[in-house]
Each structure stands twice: as structure tokens, then as C-alpha cells.
Design a binder for this molecule. Structure first.
Ligand SMILES: Cc1cc2nc3c(=O)[nH]c(=O)nc-3n(C[C@H](O)[C@H](O)[C@H](O)COP(=O)(O)OP(=O)(O)OC[C@H]3O[C@@H](n4cnc5c(N)ncnc54)[C@H](O)[C@@H]3O)c2cc1C
Length: 413
């Protein structure tokens, strides 16, 4: 960055994490230009249709979206709070191999909200449309990044070239910009796919997020505002493909059996989608002039619905570090600035990825291991402090305040 030049932060990927980062940077009183590059046309939210893609967002993510200026518009349109979680294995949802979490246990009004992907994007885009510092290049992708000592020169598919202090890869698990920055990853396919659909039920969901562990993978039923539940059913890939081909009646019957009748009779079921599942982690989150956030840095198994929560915490932490760097008179694309972000986020992300991977393997073990799992669940349920510790993590209440509220400190040296 040359002296006197207004720094540019270029964000590749107008997904929820990239847009949240743009909104957080815009909310800070910084002399900064923010460019967001997104190849897809962004779909508009519709009041008469619930997006198939929904996220269980923690209270910590809600706080981040409040700071980003998007939460009021999200909450005013359509969200469903969840007040409890119920996890079990085996035939009896209330048997010994089960655990329940309630917001009252941690003195909170809820455990989080189920929010549609399209609504999250729509609210963030509406918030950014009002800004003179944010430019959104829709229908456009990053073609190349050339890292120079004082800037990254980014070429876009529309022929434009942008000289940026910092390039942020927020372009998802397959992140093309991560490859352009030469940041290596380790990854492994779970050989599973998640089937996603919405289903109506005989019994009310009562604002409880439910998950049953089955041999092939977990089945989650997340409460929706219209009274239906969002199904996220992880299955071995060929099994998932087979079930996707079932007609509605057959799929509903399969879901009733898999859910153990916890919500009574099910149906009708909506259209469905399938997502291949993998674990992925970048060995480094940054290089000079380049940094990774969200799924570009880490992809987790969706069994505890944490990927988006981790990505939003990345966005909050990076925004705080950029803010601190600029206030200290530093260049936000300098490696020492980006390393601070990496140090603060990597441990949290790795811990979550490893914990979810361990759970995936634990519940994939043969039936002979079921008593051990049941004992673990029963012990956790009975041990108040352990349960509270788990809940505080799920809510994101354990997160370092700086990561979620901003205000990092960095001295110019
Ligand atoms: C079935 C399932 C259920 C899940 N449920 C939950 C949940 O309940 N809670 C939770 O916290 N997480 C959940 N997750 C995880 C969550 O979906 C991801 O962690 C989250 O979407 C990551 O957001 P992101 O913005 O980093 O990436 P994405 O949402 O993948 O967005 C990336 C953006 O980059 C764009 N892009 C792609 N290529 C380019 C390019 N060349 N140039 C520029 N832009 C590009 C894409 O179009 C997209 O808009 C779930 C995941 C799955 C698979």
C-alpha cells in the first residue's frame, strides 16, 4: 500500500461469511474501500417460500450479525428460535442413550435461531447497498491474483483489474482464490452426503432441535417458523443417492422410521437437495496480502451445525484485526497482521473440526460400542458443569470477546 492511498480489501465470495465481513468493515469508521466479487446471481428471499438451506445460528453469531447491521431485518422477516436440543441414539428418544439441553440451564432466552441462507444473504446485501464504500461485482469471479510486496493485483472475469491491500478468500470449500494464493489444505471425504428437505409433522416441534444418531449417519430435525422441520440426514453416499430417488411417500416413510416417530407421522415433504460431506482444513490461513475465512479455511461435518458459526466468528475476528491495524497505522495486508488473526482463529476451528470428526467416528462404530456411547451421553446429561460447558460452547458464549465484538489491539512497531 503506498503512502496516502486508500486501502482496498477485496473479498472473493459473496456468501454469508464474505458479506458479513464486508458489513463489519463498513460498520467501522475506517478509510477503506471494500470490493466483493461473487459469480452467482444472488437469489431474492421470498415470503411464500422457505429456502431449503437453513443454518442453526448460535447467539454469538446473532451478535455478530447485529453488529453487521443485518439481524433486525432477518429477525423481522422469518427466523425460528430453538430453546432446546435433544440428541439420542437407539430406538427410545428418552432412553439412557439420550441427552437434552435447555436454554434455561444457561439462563438464556433461547439457544439460537434457524435462519435461511437466502434471507441471510438478502439482509446483508440490503445493508451493503446503502454503503458508498462497498462495491459488489455480481456475476463476476476472480481470475488471477499476483502478490507484490505492496499490493495484490487481482484480475476479474469482467476484465477489470483491482490493486488491493488484502485479498480475502471467502469463496467456500473449493475456494479458487485459496489455490491462487498457494495455501495448502488437508481434506478427506466422509463418503457421506446430507439429504436436505423440509417436512411437516403430526406433533409440534416445540422449538426443539433434534438429532438421532444412526449407524449410517445422524438425522437432524431443525424447527422452522412455519411449523415444519428442516431435515438434514447424513448417509453413506450411495444410500443417499438411493433415497433421493424415492418418491415422496417412500421418503416420508423412511424419515418416519429414521426419526423413531419422535414427531409422530410425517409429511408432506418438500423438494430435496444433496450435499457431499468432507472435512477440510487449511494448513495456513494467510500469506502476505492474502487470507482465508469461513469454508475456504475449514469445512466441518454438519452434525452439530457449526460451520457457519465458525465462519462468522472468523469474519468478526478478521474485521477486528484489520480495524486494529489501520488504527495503528499498519497495512492490513501485512503478514504480521494476518498472522494475529490466524493465531486467534485456528485453535478454535481445529478444536471444533476434531471434536466433530471424533463424534462422527464414535457414532459410526459398530453396535457393540453403543453401551459406551450411552454411558457417555448419560454421564454428560447428569454432570451439570460438563453439560453447561458444552452448551456455552454450542452457544458461542465461550468465545474470546475480541473475536466477536471487535476492538483488537495492535501496536505499530
Ligand atoms: C447440509 C449442511 C448443513 C449445514 N448446516 C449448518 C448449520 O446448521 N449451522 C452452521 O453454522 N453451519 C452449517 N453448515 C455449514 C455451512 O453451510 C458452511 O459452513 C457455510 O455455508 C460457509 O459459508 P461461506 O460463506 O464460507 O461459504 P459458502 O456459503 O460456500 O459461500 C461461498 C460463496 O463464494 C462464492 N464463490 C464460489 N466460487 C467463487 C469464485 N471463483 N469467485 C468468487 N466467489 C466464488 C459462492 O457462489 C458463494 O456465494 C451446513 C453445511 C451443510 C453441507
Amino acid at each position: 500500500m503506498s503512502r496516502g492511498e486508500r486501502p482496498v480489501v477485496l473479498i472473493s465470495g459473496g456468501g454469508p461469511v464474505g458479506l458479513t465481513l464486508a458489513a463489519l468493515l463498513d460498520a467501522a469508521p475506517l478509510d477503506l474501500a471494500i470490493h466483493v466479487v461473487e459469480p452467482r446471481e444472488q437469489p431474492r428471499w421470498r415470503a411464500d417460500e422457505t429456502d431449503l438451506r437453513v443454518y442453526a445460528l448460535s447467539r454469538s453469531s446473532q451478535r455478530i450479525l447485529e453488529r453487521a447491521g443485518a439481524w433486525p431485518s432477518i429477525a423481522a422477516r422469518r427466523v425460528c428460535r430453538y430453546e432446546g436440543m435433544h440428541v439420542w441414539e437407539g430406538d427410545d428418544p428418552d432412553g439412557t442413550a439420550s441427552i437434552r439441553f435447555d436454554c434455561a440451564d444457561v439462563g438464556e432466552p433461547d439457544l439460537g435461531h434457524i435462519v435461511e441462507d437466502v434471507l441471510l444473504r438478502d439482509a446483508l446485501l440490503a445493508r451493503l447497498a446503502a454503503s458508498s464504500r462497498v462495491r459488489i461485482a455480481a456475476g463476476c469471479a476472480v481470475e488471477s491474483v499476483a502478490v507484490q510486496p505492496d499490493a495484490a493485483v487481482v484480475t476479474l472475469s469482467d476484465g477489470a483489474s483491482v490493486r488491493a491491500s488484502l485479498v480475502v478468500a471467502a469463496d467456500g470449500g473449493e475456494s479458487p482464490v485459496r489455490a491462487m494464493l498457494d495455501l495448502p489444505v488437508v481434506s478427506r471425504s466422509y463418503r457421506q452426503s446430507a439429504i436436505v428437505a423440509h417436512v411437516a409433522s403430526e406433533r409440534a416441534h416445540a422449538h426443539v432441535a433434534r438429532q438421532r444418531f444412526l449407524r449410517g449417519g445422524p438425522l437432524a430435525l431443525l424447527p422452522l417458523a412455519d411449523g415444519r422441520s428442516s431435515v438434514v440426514w447424513s448417509l453413506p453416499t450411495d444410500d443417499a443417492e438411493r433415497r433421493l430417488r424415492l418418491d415422496d411417500t417412500e421418503l416420508v416413510a423412511a424419515l418416519e422410521a429414521a426419526s423413531g416417530g419422535v414427531l409422530g407421522r410425517l409429511g408432506p415433504v418438500s423438494a430435496r437437495a444433496r450435499f457431499p460431506l468432507q472435512i477440510l482444513h487449511a494448513l495456513r490461513y494467510c500469506c502476505s496480502r492474502g487470507v482465508l475465512v469461513g469454508d475456504a479455511a475449514h469445512v466441518a461435518h454438519p452434525l452439530a451445525g457449526q460451520g457457519m458459526n465458525l465462519g462468522l466468528a472468523d469474519a468478526a475476528c478478521l474485521a477486528a484485526e484489520i480495524d486494529a491495524a489501520l488504527r495503528a497505522g499498519l497495512d492490513p495486508g501485512e503478514l504480521r497482521v494476518l498472522r494475529r488473526y490466524e493465531r486467534r482463529r485456528k485453535a478454535e476451528n481445529v478444536n471444533m473440526l476434531v471434536a466433530l470428526d471424533a463424534l462422527h467416528h464414535l457414532f459410526g462404530l459398530p453396535a457393540a460400542a453403543a453401551p459406551v456411547r450411552a454411558a457417555g451421553l448419560a454421564l454428560t446429561d447428569a454432570a451439570g458443569p460438563v453439560k453447561q460447558w458444552l452448551m456455552r460452547r454450542a452457544l458461542g458464549l465461550h468465545l474470546d470477546c475480541e473475536a466477536t465484538r471487535g476492538g483488537g489491539r495492535l501496536a505499530a512497531t
